[in-house]
Design a binder for this molecule. Structure first.
Ligand code: ADP
Ligand code: ADP
Ligand code: ZN
Length: 215
């Protein structure tokens, strides 16, 4: 069983590294951000509730995201493991996660915190581009596609997220410090916690993660 939680500020590379784990270990990525954006795009009740918080760079209420994760973790593809990317983001979410995994007979075996300086986070987020079709992540400077605006993997169109603009980025970093950073101590005290330096080459960072997951 590989139950993995990725902690880290916006732009730390959680999505980028989670996709590499999916390829290598064959376990699903559970990104609450992706699920919420999908709901906003489809205009569901959930999406309507979430949109104003996301646009402001604030967190969506705990009970909303906890419900989504509870449902998702119960699906059969999570049997051998899962990577939670962007959840939990508050102490009540972490407590709810403990309860959900217990109910489902699963475990959180690795909590990996990705550490990157603020100045680099801002540069990463403002240059981030995502594929509309397959969700692959790029950066205009650090990880550009072969052809501008086009996904290398599927030929899809690359777009910039609404919340990757300067004002919202600042709010998101503030939200992280106030509400999510306390989770580092929460998990550090319970074991299975690993902090890694997450700047530099994407493949080198992945090697550090692999070494943790293979132990
Ligand atoms: P990032 O790339 O900044 O880590 P995400 O894609 O994970 O961002 O999340 C985008 C937005 O979705 C967040 O700013 C927040 O509004 C909302 N969101 C995602 N996950 C959660 C969560 N676990 N709890 C509350 N809100 C969340
Ligand atoms: P998160 O999911 O934590 O918000 P992402 O994986 O979306 O972060 O990465 C944010 C941006 O930074 C993306 O544009 C991505 O291409 C880029 N990026 C990811 N890892 C690195 C790295 N090691 N060095 C430089 N840029 C990176
Ligand atoms: Zn694509």
């Amino acid at each position: 069983m590989k139950g993995i939680v990725f902690l880290g500020p916006p732009g730390a590379g959680k999505g980028t590294q989670a996709k590499k784990i999916v390829e290598k270990f064959g376990i699903p990525q559970i990104s609450t951000g992706d699920m919420l954006r999908e709901a906003v795009k489809e205009g569901t009740e959930l999406g309507k509730k979430a949109k104003e918080f996301m646009d402001a760079g604030a967190l969506v209420p705990d009970e909303v995201v906890i419900g989504i994760v509870r449902e998702r973790l119960a699906k059969p593809d999570c049997e051998k493991g899962f990577i939670l990317d962007g959840f939990p983001r508050t102490i009540p979410q972490a407590e709810a996660l403990d309860e959900v995994v217990r109910e489902l007979g699963k475990a959180i075996n690795y909590v990996i915190a990705l550490e990157v300086d603020d100045s680099e986070l801002i540069e990463r987020l403002s240059g981030r581009r995502t594929c509309r079709s397959c969700g692959a992540m790029y950066h205009v400077k650090f990880n550009p596609p072969a052809k501008e605006g086009v996904c290398d993997k599927c030929g899809g169109e690359l777009f910039q997220r609404d919340d990757d603009r300067e004002e919202t980025i600042k709010n998101r970093l503030k939200t992280y410090k106030e509400q999510t950073a306390p989770l580092i101590d929460y998990y550090r005290e319970r074991g299975n916690f690993y902090a890694i330096e997450a700047s530099g080459d994407i493949d080198e960072i992945f090697s550090r993660i692999e070494a943790i997951l293979n132990q």
